[in-house]
Design a protein around this ligand. Structure first.
Ligand code: CUA
Length: 171
């Protein structure tokens, strides 16, 4: 069978595209930086969070690397801290959130960033956000968690370094 040169070219290009698409999907699923929460075995006991060194007093902690660790407990229907009291971090810092749930599965999204995770009882989700200019971000629960799910929200406030009030955990 005679196949025209252009036909061969287009077949080749089509095959390349298919291989490329499968490659990007595979990379997106298992590639670097993509992992399920809990992979590092940071298990906690949901009904004993009060005994946990950080989740027992959730909030903003200074980290050894010069950034900040923010421990957040999600529960029906609030983030602690975040909902009643905004989470405050200084501008131009690296902020690592450690999020868990005290009851059911919640979501934790920093609106307008790519920080978005599930908060699962017994598991700790960890994600880092680099904040620069002072501004406010909304926090949202995006997993249906009960009757007031739609009202479960909070605030992340990035304040000028000079207005930052310090951290928790003995600081
Ligand atoms: Cu918490 Cu929806």
């Amino acid at each position: 069978m005679e196949i025209h040169a252009y036909e061969k070219l287009w077949l080749g290009a089509g095959l390349l595209l298919i291989v490329g698409f499968i490659g990007t999907v595979t990379y997106g699923a298992v590639g670097a930086g993509v992992e399920m929460i809990g992979d590092d075995n940071q298990a906690v006991t949901p009904d004993a969070l009060g005994d946990h060194p950080q989740f027992g007093d959730p909030g903003v902690y200074a980290s050894d690397s010069g950034g900040y660790d923010v421990y957040v407990v999600a529960r029906q229907f609030a983030f602690q801290p975040g909902t009643t009291d905004a989470i405050e971090v200084p501008a131009n810092s690296s902020v690592t959130f450690h999020v868990t749930s005290a009851d059911v599965i919640h979501g934790f999204e920093v609106v307008g960033t790519n920080a978005n995770t599930m908060a699962i009882p017994g598991e700790v989700a960890t994600l880092t956000v680099e904040v620069d200019e002072p501004r406010e971000y909304g926090l949202l629960c995006n997993e249906y968690c009960g009757a007031a799910h739609h009202a479960m929200e909070g605030t992340l406030r990035v304040v000028p370094e000079s207005e930052f009030n310090g951290t928790q955990g003995g600081a």
